[in-house]
Design a protein around this ligand. Sequence first.
Ligand SMILES: C[S@@+](CC[C@H](N)C(=O)[O-])C[C@H]1O[C@@H](n2cnc3c(N)ncnc32)[C@H](O)[C@@H]1O
Length: 229
Amino acid sequence: MTESDHKRSIRSFVRRTGRLTASQQRALDEIWPSVGVQYGDDPLDWETLFGRDAPRVVEIGFGNGDTLVAQAAERPEADFLGIEVHEPGVGHCLIKLREAEVSNLRLLSHDAVEVLDRQIPQSSVDRINLYFPDPWPKKRHHKRRIVQPAFLELCWRALRAGGALHIATDWANYAEHIDEVLEASPRFELEERREHAGDRPLERPQTKFERRGLKLGHRIVDWRYRAIE
Ligand SMILES: C[S@@+](CC[C@H](N)C(=O)[O-])C[C@H]1O[C@@H](n2cnc3c(N)ncnc32)[C@H](O)[C@@H]1O
């Protein structure tokens, strides 16, 4: 096993064997073929995928996808790619996507780190959204946190010069980690940092995990970083 294979085996998620509901399974059978993108080594051809050349937004770990569908519906002039490993979440998102009748959203069900590494062409994305990534609160699990220098390098490579990286968390300790890793990054500069009580999300709708955090009394931190040319 090479060093990089080993690093890749430290994932930011654990595959949960959550059961699919009958309607999620039906959505995967019926809707996935028209909006699902297969993971593979070939670089994504954005223009073929959406049939146009438009601003592109990638959301990493969209959970149940409600927020992703809302954003795609709000911005029909942009194209959205959601990446999520949790199959019931993908099924839920497919149902919402059909209800909302959005045509500017595609989904990919695979580890986003590998998708960024192998499938997203360089300098092809305008904005990356990472909302409430798994916090991995125990110290011995901190290495699983997705926000790491190597991940930032992949985001930077995918983004056009001047593109935006949006991050939000409700975990104070993860917020400190994000501040530190991004401050040390030569690839991004901070444009806005907003700490709030769930009432001032930064250019995004509220998410399911945000609501969960608020119920626990957590404060929210939102960041917008700019990819340095
Ligand atoms: C805490 S949840 C947040 C979900 C949603 N963004 C929200 O705010 O409600 C984090 C999500 O990221 C997904 N995830 C974690 N690591 C991932 C990865 N490397 N690639 C794709 N999805 C990932 C998990 O499956 C989970 O659904």
